[in-house]
Design a binder for this molecule. Sequence first.
Ligand code: NAI
Length: 504
Amino acid sequence: MQQDSEQRVAVIGAGAMGRGIAAVAAAAGHEVYLYDQDAGAAAAAPDVIAADWAGLVQRGKWSQSQLDAARRRLRPASCLEELADAALAIEAIVERQDAKQALLRQLDALLPATAILASNTSSLSITALAAGLRHPERVLGLHFFNPATRMKLVEVVSGLATAPALADRLCTLMRAWGKTPVPAASTPGFIVNRVARPFYAEALRLLQEGACAPATLDALLREAGGFAMGPLELMDLIGHDVNFAVTQSVFQAMQQDPRFRPSPLQQELVAAGRLGRKSGRGFYDYGQALPAADAAPSRPAPAVLRVHGGLGAAEPLLARLQAGGVRLEREPGPAQGWLSWDGLRLALSDGRSATRRAADSGHAGWAVFDLALDYASAQRLALAVADQAAPELAAQAEGVLQAAGLQVSRLDDAAGMAVLRTVAMLANEAADAVGQGVAAADSVDQAMCLGAAYPRGPLAWADRLGNEYVAQVLDALHAQYGDERYRVSPLLRRLALSGGRFHD
Ligand code: NAI
């Protein structure tokens, strides 16, 4: 298909996604057929789309005549045969393989061999959808995100039989539609739905371990991690039925790889009908005021702290401590060193729990703090204290972090803490996706920032932290839990050993 807008586009399925895709194609100048097995849905779609466009007119981004012209390009169709001269057909019908295969077979027979057949599936294999067609080489995935009119990302997914040049052509077309296309191979979850799994899974694990309360965990991921929403509130928004179904589907498609194992905690929520916001209750009860995150009470600030070496990624905390009136005395030590005060040693987590660190070092008074996206501006930080430490050391450690202007949320001593563990696992999954040829490192980071609104691409984040450090964190988690889910991706391991980076 040429990128010129003379070409007709057919959208099959006039639900939320189909309407959004049709709106994008019509706004780009194409005539768009809209077909739905529910004739009423197709007939009503142009009005629904035009109501959305009215907002553009109100904000001065479109003229009324632009709206009217685009509205005229939307053509509800009463049968599939009316789509026969489309150059591109995009299906956005129900997410069932049998239904999509049957539809694609009909389109394969109906449309000329030059026409392209695309699926907006979020979880099914493009290879499987194309199998058995006359022309499987013209089938690919165009995975738009919801709402399709506003979300920039489109995963352009090639199956085994997809013609090699097709993804490039469709990427060009998607750019002409104002989208940011990211090419990916047809593998379970494509990029975003795969790489995002640990964002939910690690939160569920931490809750299961009783590391902290839900509101505290969400606040840590937002206020230290820089994520727009915490994982638990996000699952409540998506709906636990939907999120659990995606997790199960990726787990099955990945041959039950333990990394993708669904959580019994989420299964229980689904069983109880606590589906999140839409049912009024999930992790939070939406019938009442939402709970606040835990924060330690105000503690005395130390006058002097010794800095042994550096603080690694957390180095900017030193300036905040000085600004808070703490005098720093520098002592030699490793780049990833620690702070000390009386019997306390405080460091950025290296993946080991504080208790493990105390046992390994023979020094009882260990406390560790969590990763932050930006230590210069973070508002909150998680703290964990070794079981061996004297009780007053916990208050001392809180006082140190408070002196840097931080709210301090205590975690029960969970290995890898909250943000660090999540980011290390996101980077590990992203590394596996790159290592297995699903997509390039740039594409993975771009997809996660645009499709999941991450504050930084997981691979860029790993590069910044140092891949050796990220692998060390994962090794510590692997040692702690003896769980295969924490095994280090072969690509991450190579970069960790060679000092390499995902991005130049
Ligand atoms: P929806 O349920 O809102 O709409 C589906 C529409 O397809 C309905 O109007 C239904 O009548 C029609 N339909 C079902 N079977 C049909 C058939 N055999 N022939 C013609 N029309 C048929 O669903 P939604 O949310 O728009 O999703 C559609 C597709 O987009 C699914 O494959 C879904 O996985 C995918 N998707 C959904 C996203 C979301 O957030 N909702 C995001 C990205 C992809």
